[in-house]
Design a protein around this ligand. Structure first.
Ligand SMILES: C[S@@+](CC[C@H](N)C(=O)[O-])C[C@H]1O[C@@H](n2cnc3c(N)ncnc32)[C@H](O)[C@@H]1O
Ligand SMILES: [Zn+2]
Length: 393
């Protein structure tokens, strides 16, 4: 196998040569490595540096990059596992050449985690993590980290796959990035509570083609009961943009408060807060002292999620502007006006056109229309909107 050396953070490691002419170069090599996930790995390094687990299991290592980075950049005891023998050999070689001592295993993650517990466990499979969560919770002490790259099933674009994997009915609507993330959280919650354990989401986000969640696990039936109480639904009006959140395992059908039409349940979903503000604050604080290539993107992400409301859906303000037949004004102005009028309002971290607020759709539309009367120079306004959206791409 032809190898090349690459560097992420302060860690050097070998990866197999990829075919750059292939439509997905990471898939062209015998062992997986995706340079586009560097920010995801940088965030893992920051998270581990802040929560300081006693040990970290990179349960699905491939090249071993995640575990190698945690060992080198966080100084935590690390085990790296992959059931694939070629991956195991590459991880051994990388561990020998480049980093503090790590334990390397070549096991099926299910049997490994049935035998012993690790204080923190990272699950980073191809596609859906759903088949691995039961084992991950069994074998995890305090901190669980999960990546899902099957955004099409989570976001309702592949509805049947979403139903099969997550026992939920995802919706392919304007706020599917948010509900995709929360569908995964509710699934992990249900897989955890059966062990009389609970989850506390600490740092969860949706980005491009993946969602990533970091949790604390808690050991008690009362923590499990509190976790169950966070599961519920969005009831989305079938006629207008109106929607409500409703806790409970079974949706109770009601009529839309805004137009009286029927409502459709989306879920089950995790409702409410998905960040721990103190963890995000601590990660922001250490960001400057670590050598990370994606520092600017992470800094923007932390700023956005620090400010973001914990509502389970958002309004796409371009879509609302279309309903109102007006050209969209800058989102920052809409947020400022809603706040002045006593509503909560924020952006969402995953989209430049997402508006989170407790104001009803008709209130937002009224504000959008008022601004139309007040603002001049549509071209410059459009340009500044475009700039805001481009920051997210
Ligand atoms: C997406 S790759 C991991 C990428 C890596 N964590 C990174 O950040 O570059 C998934 C890896 O999981 C391994 N894998 C899949 N099923 C497994 C199982 N049941 N037990 C252990 N490893 C498994 C595959 O061999 C593959 O190397
Ligand atoms: Zn309605």
């Amino acid at each position: 196998m032809d190898l090349i050396e690459v560097e992420e953070g302060t860690t050097k490691f070998f990866i197999p040569l990829q075919d750059d002419s292939s439509h997905f170069p990471p898939g062209s090599a015998p062992i997986f490595y995706n340079p586009r996930m560097e920010m995801n790995r940088d965030a893992t390094v920051l998270f581990v540096a802040v929560v300081k687990p006693l040990e970290y299991l990179d349960a699905m290592g491939a090249s071993g990059v995640r575990g190698l980075r945690v060992a080198t950049e966080c100084g935590v005891a690390v085990t790296i596992n992959d059931r694939d023998h070629k991956a195991y050999e590459l991880i051994q070689r990388n561990a020998l050449d480049h980093c503090p001592p790590v334990t390397v295993t070549c096991r099926n993650v299910h049997s490994l985690l049935a035998e012993r517990r690790y204080d923190s466990v990272d699950i980073d499979p191809f596609g859906s993590p759903a088949p691995f969560i039961d084992s991950a919770v069994r074998g995890c002490g305090r901190f669980l980290m999960v990546t899902a790259t099957d955004t099409a099933p989570l976001c309702g674009a592949h509805l049947n796959a979403g139903i099969r994997r997550y026992g939920a009915t995802p919706a392919n609507n304007e706020y599917h990035s948010e509900t995709g993330l929360r569908t995964l959280l509710a699934f992990i919650a249900r897989e955890t509570v059966k062990f009389d354990r609970g989850i506390e989401p600490l740092f969860c986000y949706a980005k491009e083609h993946y969602v990533r969640a970091h949790f604390r696990l808690l050991n008690s039936a009362s923590a499990a009961d509190k976790t169950v109480a966070r599961i519920g639904y969005i009831l989305q009006c079938t006629r207008c943009p109106g929607r409500i959140e409703q806790a409970g395992l079974i949706p109770k059908m009601v009529k839309c408060e805004e137009c009286g039409a029927g409502m459709k349940p989306v879920g089950p979903l995790w409702l409410g807060e998905i960040q721990d503000r103190s963890v995000i604050f601590a990660m922001k604080n250490v960001l400057g002292s670590m050598k990370l290539n994606t520092v600017n993107r992470l800094s923007l992400l932390f700023d956005l999620i620090s400010d973001e409301l914990p509502t389970s859906s958002h309004y796409d303000y371009h879509a609302l502007s279309k309903v109102a037949r007006i050209s969209p004004r800058p989102l920052s102005e809409v947020i400022a006006i809603l706040r002045e009028r006593g509503y909560h309002a924020s952006r969402a971290h995953y989209s430049g056109t997402a508006l989170k607020t407790d104001a009803a759709a008709e209130v937002i539309i009224r504000v959008l229309k008022e601004k139309t009367e007040l603002c001049e120079g549509e071209v410059s306004t459009y340009q500044s909107n475009k700039e805001q959206e481009d920051r997210f791409s």
